[in-house]
Design a protein around this ligand. Structure first.
Ligand SMILES: Cc1cc2nc3c(=O)[nH]c(=O)nc-3n(C[C@H](O)[C@H](O)[C@H](O)COP(=O)(O)OP(=O)(O)OC[C@H]3O[C@@H](n4cnc5c(N)ncnc54)[C@H](O)[C@@H]3O)c2cc1C
Length: 546
């Protein structure tokens, strides 16, 4: 019997398992469908390109056909190993905007304003630049500047400056606007996933059991209380019990799926799937949204110090393997998206509504397509899309992928912003700093000149930049799934802690925000347990707010 069972060993799950097992009197079990994170492809930053191509440690989901993408199905990679998506992501350390969290709080989510969450970003962080008003040292998550950045990343930053943008040295500081180099979740030239930061160093704890290769099939419920978890491991159905709480950290796609498989969700949909409704919760799987993104690719065959498939490229790569093996430095410490920016699609925007990721390679089809030669790419994504979709069950088989529908471009405003964004991005890439190297836009986007043609290009090529969220929304309305302490409405002993609880996506990459959410959740869970354990008399005097 455990006190807490954590479902999913991803960004959030690793934090919870680690923080809750700090108390030796508390028994914690973590259940992860994927394997361990021992592969060098996870630890060597540049190998993210191999992970993208092979789909190793990845659920490799697809969306349902998207009318907004001319009927194409999108790709939804999700990490499947300890560390979850933080073991396969692009390692950019980003928090979003102050206004994102103030917006969450303005919806009635007490305790989630920027001032409230900043201490949790700092609690998580060890920033190698040192501490200041926005940053901290001493936390588990190592954050650093890239050790051996590609010279073209600073050329991009210079091009951004030439286009009139502020050169920002800290996107997570006083202001987000501008162009600059990213900080990354690396340590000593290696990926620093949530597993490496929080879980792996604590695996020796006798009160922490980590079960890998274990696919959760449902949450066990007794009336309105979660009492345990059923999972499938090596063809065998097994159960573990929790006497305090089950903590669902399956991510924005699988947390709603697991709830619905457990009979918690919209009654009509569960009925249609042949699942008995234990708790009718209409918001499960709704409010699903994602950062929609489009990439412009530039051919620059002579620039062989950019990543690319060629003879000189292969010679550099072989040298780089030795450099990384011996010194953890050199080309293989790249996260490819080394630089980027936050810009406004029009001057009247109060804060940036677009994000740029500059990539020191030619990126086609999420890196799944082999492209020869050298070049660079730039993404532009929409930070606060209005379109909302859903996650639904395809059937009642727990091993089946759910129906994922981000409903991209359902709202006209999303298309218009991205068209403006594409033009602003192109303007940066045409500034002298980059243009003087003589690259040429690949024909598929170069043809798009008018707004109508750009829209067509976007609908033909846009897709996720991997930040799905919102499908178990936090709030107090009828369509909300968890309250501001992340407890599932109407149930006991069950919380959801991951990207699915975001009422609205943050304006940036989502790993650090999810880690912050889990740090805050760990404190809330501990405080609530302490409160529950207090004798009734002293309870009335106690405060439990975190
Ligand atoms: C390719 C890619 C690139 C990205 N790049 C960046 C970036 O550079 N910077 C950034 O900040 N963010 C990035 N992100 C996003 C970020 O990594 C995620 O938002 C974040 O990791 C999500 O955390 P989570 O805890 O919500 O879910 P996850 O980390 O995905 O964790 C969910 C876990 O639950 C497990 N699980 C699911 N279903 C079951 C089940 N039935 N039984 C047992 N276990 C289950 C999964 O295997 C997984 O380990 C990227 C994501 C991807 C996929």
């Amino acid at each position: 019997m455990f006190d807490y069972i954590v479902i999913g060993g991803g960004s959030a799950g690793c934090v919870l398992a680690s923080r809750l097992s700090e108390d030796p009197a508390v028994q914690v079990c973590l259940i992860e469908a994927g394997g361990t994170d021992k592969s060098v492809l996870i630890h060597c930053p540049a190998a993210v390109a191999v992970l993208a191509k092979t789909g190793q440690s990845n659920w490799k989901f697809s969306t349902v056909p998207q009318p907004g993408l001319n009927g194409r199905s999108g790709y939804q990679p999700r990490g499947k190993a300890l560390g979850g998506s933080s073991s396969v992501n692009a390692m950019i350390y980003m928090r979003g905007q102050r206004e994102d969290y103030d917006h969450w709080a303005s919806l009635g989510n007490t305790g989630w304003s920027y001032q409230d969450v900043l201490p949790y970003f700092k609690k998580a962080e060890h920033n190698e630049r040192g501490a200041d008003a926005f940053h901290a040292t001493g936390g588990p998550l190592n954050v650093m500047d890239l050790r051996s950045p590609n010279r073209f990343s600073s050329v991009f930053v210079e091009a951004g400056r030439q286009a009139g943008y502020f050169v920002n040295t800290d996107f997570n500081g006083a202001q987000q606007d501008g162009v600059g180099m990213h900080q990354v979740t690396h340590k000593n030239g290696e990926r620093f996933s949530a597993a490496k930061a929080y879980l792996t160093p604590k695996l020796g704890r006798s009160n922490l059991q980590v079960i890998t290769g274990a696919h959760t099939t449902r949450i066990l419920m007794q009336r309105k209380r979660a009492t345990g978890v059923e999972f499938l491991q090596k063809g065998q159905l097994k159960q573990v019990n929790a006497n305090r709480e089950v903590l669902l950290c399956g991510g924005a796609i699988q947390s709603p799926q697991i709830l619905m498989l457990s009979g918690i969700g919209p009654r009509a949909h569960l009925q249609a799937m042949g699942i008995a409704t234990l708790h009718d919760l209409p918001g499960v799987g709704k409010n699903f949204h994602d950062h929609v993104d489009v990439v412009q690719v530039v051919n620059a065959p002579k620039l062989t110090d950019l990543f690319g498939l060629s003879l000189p490229g292969s010679i550099s790569a072989v040298k780089a393997i030795f450099e990384w093996r011996n010194h953890r430095r050199g080309m293989l410490t790249t996260n490819y998206a080394e630089a980027g920016g936050f810009i406004k699609s029009q001057a009247s925007e109060p804060t940036p509504d677009l994000q740029l990721h500059f990539v020191v390679a030619k990126l086609v089809d999420h890196g799944r397509k082999t492209v020869f030669g050298h070049g660079y790419s730039c993404h532009v994504c929409l930070l606060r899309p209005l379109s909302r979709g859903s996650v639904k069950l395809a059937n009642k088989d727990p091993m089946a992928a759910p129906l994922i529908d981000p409903n991209f471009f359902d709202e006209r405003d999303d298309v218009d912003r991205l068209v403006r964004g594409f033009k602003l991005m192109r303007n940066i890439l045409w500034q002298p700093a980059l243009a003087s190297y003589g690259g040429s836009e690949t024909p598929r986007s170069a043809k798009a000149e008018t707004d109508q043609q750009i829209e067509q290009f976007i609908r033909d090529h846009a897709d996720s930049i991997y930040h799905p969220a919102g499908s178990c929304r936090m709030g107090s309305g009828d369509m909300d799934v968890v309250d501001s302490r992340l407890r599932v409405h109407g149930l006991h002993g069950l919380r959801v802690v991951d990207a699915s609880i975001m009422p609205r996506l943050v304006s940036g990459n989502t790993n650090a925000p999810v880690i912050m959410i889990a740090e805050k959740a760990a404190d809330m869970i501990k405080a609530d347990a302490q409160d529950a354990a207090q004798p009734l008399q002293s309870k009335s005097l106690a405060t439990t707010s975190v």
